[in-house]
Design a protein around this ligand. Structure first.
Ligand code: 5AD
Ligand code: SF4
Length: 461
């Protein structure tokens, strides 16, 4: 049940009224696919389940409730969900009281929901991502053998106060906005997550303040396009207010659309370098101006390179990563080589490359001259080999430097304790220490580099 708090489109989560409580002392498992926004949503799903009296099951096999939080960005992710779902059919047949639900971006696609309703009768419910606060009601109906499919109901509200069970300990996700207005021609996100809406800055800041007071060391602000955050301040203003909170912590953010990177954002990063680390994820998608135009990205190579130049000039040593789509419809060999050329020009630290996947309902899926699978695979292979060399060269520049690493995990092997953590520039570092623990900031001297990580030792004081 949801009640409207104000007439601003901000709602307050209230959970279920007491009479509707689902049976307690049962266990639940949430399985997450896809991006960080889904990770953050899963923390809310777990929070609501705990609030309803469910315990956490160690695995889906042992759970009474299985919720799959799905991704629709590429066909590969969707296929994985459908094949995993198939494995749960026998479990439901053996015990009809088991509840299986599908939430996330696949649950916002009418075609997928129709398929689940018709051919996956053992799926009790689906909830589109904007409506996950309806989980208590939907679970109550499922427990009473009523199937429910929550889709197309979103009015673009922001629901505050959903209980959250955070997984990260010293790291936390904080959503600042939801949805996307950009309609890049290949992308399903605006269709499944709806239009952009921002949380009130006061709610975001209060959440960050609580996290920092509770010992959180790294907050990642999330949004499909954080730079178009807009409430009583813009995104640069929001970062300024958050980093006014005293303490020893880092604030990261993702993702940024290159068309919206403002001077004010770069300036606040430069000014608050102690709290906003020198790292920027700036998705390029393609190095060809024609393809960028077809993708509806609204920038070209020149404008993109100007932004990179500004970032590097104002924030020396900044680490830059990107997303690339290989094999967009009509991409010629020459246009693909323009993407390779951009990789050589910018010299990214990290590149996340994806094979173009047609998504039903998007403009690009209807375009002529889809690129054959073998051509796409060959191109992405070439791109990744080239980038591996660049990444290794970039990482080698760190050998001999001392980096302030935030420790994320520790494991013990035959040689003692092996720790992993991240540099300010978000590079993964492995090093040995007898004492440090997750959540510690520690100075590490880098001794060796590989394309995807660094190795080091404790720096002498
Ligand atoms: N096919 C392949 N990659 C895609 N992405 C988004 N849509 C598609 C698609 N249809 C990639 C983009 C985006 C990242 C999150 O996923 O590179 O930045
Ligand atoms: Fe998709 Fe483009 Fe929006 Fe990113 S900015 S979520 S790629 S439509």
């Amino acid at each position: 049940m949801i009640v409207n708090l104000r007439d601003t489109g901000v709602m307050k989560y209230t959970g279920l009224i007491r009479e509707m409580n689902t049976p307690i002392a049962r266990s639940a498992c949430v399985i997450t696919f896809g991006c960080q926004q889904n990770e953050a949503d899963s923390e809310k799903l777990r929070g609501m389940l705990t609030d309803m009296g469910y315990t956490t099951a160690p695995s889906p096999e042992e759970a009474d409730v299985i919720i799959m939080n799905t991704c629709a960005v590429r066909a590969h992710a969707e296929n994985k969900v459908l094949s995993m779902l198939g494995k749960f059919k026998d479990k439901k047949t053996a015990d009809p009281s088991v509840i299986i639900g599908v939430v996330g971006c696949m649950a916002a696609e009418q075609g997928t929901v129709d398929l689940l309703r018709r051919a996956f009768k053992y799926v009790s419910f689906t909830i589109e991502p904007n409506m996950i606060s309806r989980l208590p009601e939907v679970m109550w109906r499922a427990a009473n053998s009523e199937r429910m499919f929550v889709i197309g109901t979103d009015k673009g509200d922001v629901v505050e106060g959903i209980p959250t069970e955070r997984a990260g300990g010293h790291r936390a996700w904080v959503s600042v906005m939801y949805g996307c207005n950009n309609f890049c021609s290949y992308c399903i996100v605006p269709y499944v997550r709806g239009r952009e809406r921002s949380r009130d800055s006061a709610d975001v800041i209060a959440e960050c303040r609580d996290l920092i007071a509770g010992g959180c060391r790294e907050i990642t602000l999330l949004g499909q396009n954080v730079n178009s955050y807009s409430s009583d301040t813009d995104f640069a203003g929001l970062l300024k207010r958050i980093t006014d909170i005293p303490g020893d912590y880092r604030v990261r953010f993702m993702t940024s659309h290159p068309k919206d990177v403002s001077d004010a954002l770069i300036d606040i990063m430069a000014e608050r370098g102690d709290k906003i680390p020198p790292y920027f994820h700036l998705p390029l998608q393609s190095g060809s101006d024609r393809i960028l135009h077809e993708m509806n990205r609204t920038y070209n190579r020149e404008k993109y390179l100007k932004t990179v130049e500004k970032l590097r000039q104002k924030i020396p040593g900044i680490v830059i990563s990107t997303d690339i789509i290989v094999g967009f419809p009509g991409e010629t060999e020459e246009e693909f080589s323009e993407t390779l050329d951009m990789l050589r020009t910018v010299r990214y630290d990290m590149v996340y490359a994806f094979i173009y996947s047609p998504r039903e309902g998007t403009r690009a899926a209807k375009m002529d001259c889809q690129i054959p699978g073998d051509v796409k695979s060959e191109r992405i292979g070439r791109l990744l080999r080239m980038q591996d060399e660049i990444s290794l060269e970039k990482n080698t520049e760190y050998v001999g430097t001392v980096q302030r690493v935030l420790v994320d995990s520790v494991k013990t092997d035959g040689d003692g304790r092996l720790l992993s953590g991240r540099t300010p520039g978000n590079k993964l570092v492995h090093f040995r220490s007898a004492t440090s623990a997750p959540g510690d900031f520690i100075n590490v001297k880098i001794t060796r580099a590989a394309p995807f990580n660094l190795f080091g030792e404790l720096a002498k004081e």
